[in-house]
Write a protein that binds this ligand. Structure first.
Ligand SMILES: [Zn+2]
Length: 104
């Protein structure tokens, strides 16, 4: 998964979150007025399909690499998120990008 796709996924997640909060607010409002809830569990799960969130980020592994930094105590930085590290780990601890090389 490249950075643009990651941003797109984040955008969809944000849209889903905003809509979910809207549904929750509506339910809470009705609850205060002692009316039955408008939205049930199924309505919340439908947001997953609506925003195409069924495919988890983990399924499509982000490939990154450690870039060497000069003149810094931290020697490497993640090519995906920019997290700095002293050692080359197999995965970025910040964004989870897979840093292993293809031949491994
Ligand atoms: Zn990273």
């Amino acid at each position: 998964m490249n950075y643009e796709k990651l941003l797109e996924m984040k955008r969809k997640m944000l849209c889903a979150e905003i809509e979910m909060n809207g549904l929750k607010a509506e339910n809470e409002q009705r609850s205060v007025n002692q009316q039955p809830m408008t939205y049930s569990e199924g309505d919340f799960y439908r947001l997953i399909d609506k925003y195409d969130l069924g495919i988890s980020i983990k399924q499509e592994i982000i490939k990154g690499e450690w870039l060497e930094i000069e003149n810094s105590l931290k020697k490497y930085k993640c090519s995906i998120c920019g997290k700095e590290k002293q050692y080359k780990d197999n995965f970025c601890p910040n964004c989870g990008a897979d840093m292993r090389r293809k031949e491994e």
